[in-house]
Design a protein around this ligand. Sequence first.
Ligand code: SAM
Length: 258
Amino acid sequence: MIRKVSVDVESVNMRKYGLRRVAELYSTGGWMPPEVAIIADYGSELRKAMTLELGAGGGRLTAALATISKSLVATDFSIPMTRKLKERLPGITVSQVDARNLHSFRAEEFDLCWFGYNGIDSIPIRDRRTVFSEVRNVLRCGGLFIFSTHDRTFAETAARTPIPVRPWRLGETKRFFRCVFNRARMRRYQEFGEDYALVNDRALNFGLMTYYVDRKWQNELLAEESFRVLSVYATDGSRWENCEQPTDKWHYFVCKAI
Ligand SMILES: C[S@@+](CC[C@H](N)C(=O)[O-])C[C@H]1O[C@@H](n2cnc3c(N)ncnc32)[C@H](O)[C@@H]1O
């Protein structure tokens, strides 16, 4: 008999997001093509928005959102991430917030909520509906919810990704062994269901457990929580109105609160 091994996804992922070097990592780097495309396409809405950023990390995108939004509250669940945010962007409002509990904000307080770079995929899947419903509650009717997530279609491929570094290359030995160690420990926790998969992909040197969700299933959840998907962006920044065809491992979604 094969014994199914389960994992506390939240503790595994928050252990990684609680590291100072990881906070440092998510404070650097430029905007990604879908983010540039969304800012170009929805610029007029974004510019007059009272914005809430969830899972802001070390502020990679936050500086841009602060420049274009009317007002911005940047949040993250991890304390080192919020510390990094405050250090990097001293002028903005930062608070430690779990995306599953937005009760510290008023109903309909925001015009825009941005949960970028697949942060939602680190949260236990049973809580995805709660995230959607909490976000919907703090958004005004007609407001936008922008987030990205991995696609179920690519879960098996992502689970088979080879370790991308070679131990004999200068400076890569330590990273190689970190990947081997993490992968050996975590791959037994993987799950491949119809609506979602839980994958130990290459993110953070195979240090995270990440959800890959079925598009149709997620669209139903979004509809039940009063969101309509307006458009979907691929990692190269191209845009679809019709979101039936997954083209990439992850996509950005722009949804309207209805
Ligand atoms: C992949 S990082 C992305 C960081 C940043 N948004 C960016 O684009 O660079 C995901 C972020 O989501 C945060 N996160 C994970 N679970 C969370 C939760 N339940 N509530 C709020 N933030 C969470 C992590 O702490 C981490 O900073």
